[in-house]
Write a protein that binds this ligand. Structure first.
Ligand SMILES: [Zn+2]
Length: 243
């Protein structure tokens, strides 16, 4: 059990949903952030701010200049460094209460199950559809909740998957659009909005505010026309991943 500097979290504690007991739950929670890029930057910043005590950061990439239009936990001076190292540096400087576990090789179905088992919740901050679907499978196998987000151009989507209970990513997209694999433009606000929604889902999961989770429902938005839609999703009885 960690000692908590409650002053740091004073504004968390003013929320009626968060008392000292809930703040302790957050500090003792373990969340795996899969991908330390655009979505990962905001998720890392939000969860380290909220006081989620252990963050696993998984990313095999090194920082490139073209990442810096959106991946704001990484500094210009860290170009060429592993993103896990660069993210760890930001977290240590911002909130030294947080333990960081770095996983600097690409998470695959083969190497990730033992890692995933160590965490209370997994956040899908990957940018490749292949990695997202692999992560969905491994989380289903490990019985761990997954908070998914995807972004492209001005659009984003968010959904929380509770194994054995709710629809998974595969129920929703059993035949992903090949167009989804093409790298497109993106602005920081689109990514950070999707990642903020993910962060809020993670905090609610950790505090068991389950009834308010984005489950069996995909929140989709487009910032060009400011359209937000909640799309009902059914768990498929034929889903090879979750049924
Ligand atoms: Zn499924």
């Amino acid at each position: 059990m960690k000692t908590i500097n409650f002053e740091r979290y004073a504004r968390n504690l003013l929320l009626k949903e968060i008392g000292q007991e809930e703040q302790e739950k957050l500090i003792n929670a373990r969340v795996l952030v899969a991908g330390a890029g655009g979505l990962g930057s905001t998720v890392i910043a939000n969860l380290a701010s909220a006081g989620v005590g252990t963050l696993g950061i998984a990313d095999g990439d090194t920082l490139e200049l073209s990442n810096l239009n959106r991946q704001y936990v990484h500094k210009f001076n860290n170009i060429g460094k592993l993103k896990t190292e660069s993210a760890n540096e930001w977290i240590n400087a911002y909130n030294p209460d947080i333990n960081v576990n770095k996983y600097s090789s690409r998470l695959t179905q083969a190497n990730s199950i033992d890692i995933i088992k160590e965490y209370d919740a997994i956040v899908d901050c990957f940018d490749s559809y292949k990695s997202k679907f692999e992560l969905n499978k491994t989380c289903a196998k490990a019985g761990k909740p997954l908070v998914h987000a995807g972004v492209t151009e001005f659009s984003g989507q968010v959904m929380t998957v509770i194994p054995g209970k709710t629809a998974c990513l595969h129920c929703l997209f059993n035949n992903p659009d090949p167009d989804a694999y093409v790298i497109k433009g993106i602005l920081s606000p689109t990514v950070s909005l999707a990642a903020s929604l993910q962060s809020s889902e993670v905090v609610k999961l950790l505090l068991s505010l389950d009834n308010k989770l984005m489950t069996n429902c995909l929140l989709s938005f487009n910032l060009l026309d400011n359209e937000f839609r909640k799309i009902k999703v059914e768990k498929s009885i034929k889903c090879p991943v979750c049924s």
